[in-house]
Design a binder for this molecule. Structure first.
Ligand SMILES: [Zn+2]
Length: 255
């Protein structure tokens, strides 16, 4: 089990304990929590008191996961751990991070945005809504809802840019929705070969450029979208040229 999946498994188990407390499961520990900590408060809304033990604090923190599983009504006690774990896994798709980040020649700021995207941490509109902000969910480029899966690369406006970059890399691949695309990127970033190195760097520079483009459009800035793919390719050429092993291959791609 990787460190992230272990962490999610722990959270799922803590949520099961929260469920037990909520349902007043018959155990000495839970009766004790009710009579000493919760008393007349409501479990789901009570503040975390400083006097709470670390385990109870950790359990109460899981209340934030409830909207993700649509509340308690839809879960049965026995299945809750697996259900929460599954929800958490969907939010954090399993990716071999080292593969896509290691020796990535993209600019550090591009690698950072790429890393956020890999962790589903970009502030897409659906995520803003989840944390309680009122937002218009509509994608800046079309009529669909903006989720990370839609932006990368369900949305035609952004999909064709990544496809152009891939074509330049002489990779024959039609971009899919983000969760599937990320798996594809990870698979093609493995090994020390020049192509793997260029694919992961191109992915980072592309996600960075597209996220910036999306922000410019969303916030009403003036945008010139005609050269986004050329700019991405130029950056990869510039960054890759300094690497003697990549230089020869990049030269071939430029012919
Ligand atoms: Zn769209």
């Amino acid at each position: 089990m990787s460190a992230t999946s272990q962490k999610d498994w722990n959270r799922a188990n803590l949520t099961k304990l929260l469920w037990n407390i909520h349902n007043k499961a018959d155990s000495l520990w839970i009766r004790w929590i009710h009579s000493y900590y919760i008393k007349h408060d409501q479990l789901m809304t009570m503040p975390v008191k400083p006097s709470c033990s670390w385990i109870l604090k950790a359990i109460l923190k899981q209340r934030e996961l409830l909207p993700n599983i649509q509340g308690w009504e839809h879960v049965k006690g026995k299945t809750i751990t697996r259900k929460v774990y599954k929800v958490l896994r969907e939010d954090y798709p399993l990716v071999d991070w080292k593969t896509v980040m290691y020796q990535n020649i993209a600019r550090p700021r591009a690698v950072f945005i790429f890393w956020l995207a890999c962790h589903s941490r970009l502030a897409t509109k659906d995520r803003l809504l989840k944390i309680g902000l009122t937002v218009n969910l509509q994608c800046c480029f079309c009529t669909q809802e903006e989720t990370i899966n839609h932006l990368f690369f369900g949305c035609t406006e952004l999909k064709h840019i990544w496809q152009k970059v891939l074509r330049w890399l002489q990779v024959d691949h039609v971009p899919m929705e983000w969760s599937a695309e990320l798996k594809w990127i990870t698979k093609h970033s493995k090994g020390k070969g020049w192509k793997a190195q260029l694919v992961k760097s191109a992915a980072a520079e592309t996600i960075y450029a597209l996220w910036k483009y999306r922000n410019d459009v969303c916030f009403g800035n003036k945008v010139y979208n005609t050269n986004i793919d050329d700019d991405i390719i130029n950056t990869i050429v510039y960054r890759g040229w300094r690497n003697a092993k990549l230089r020869e291959h990049i030269a071939h791609l430029l012919i």
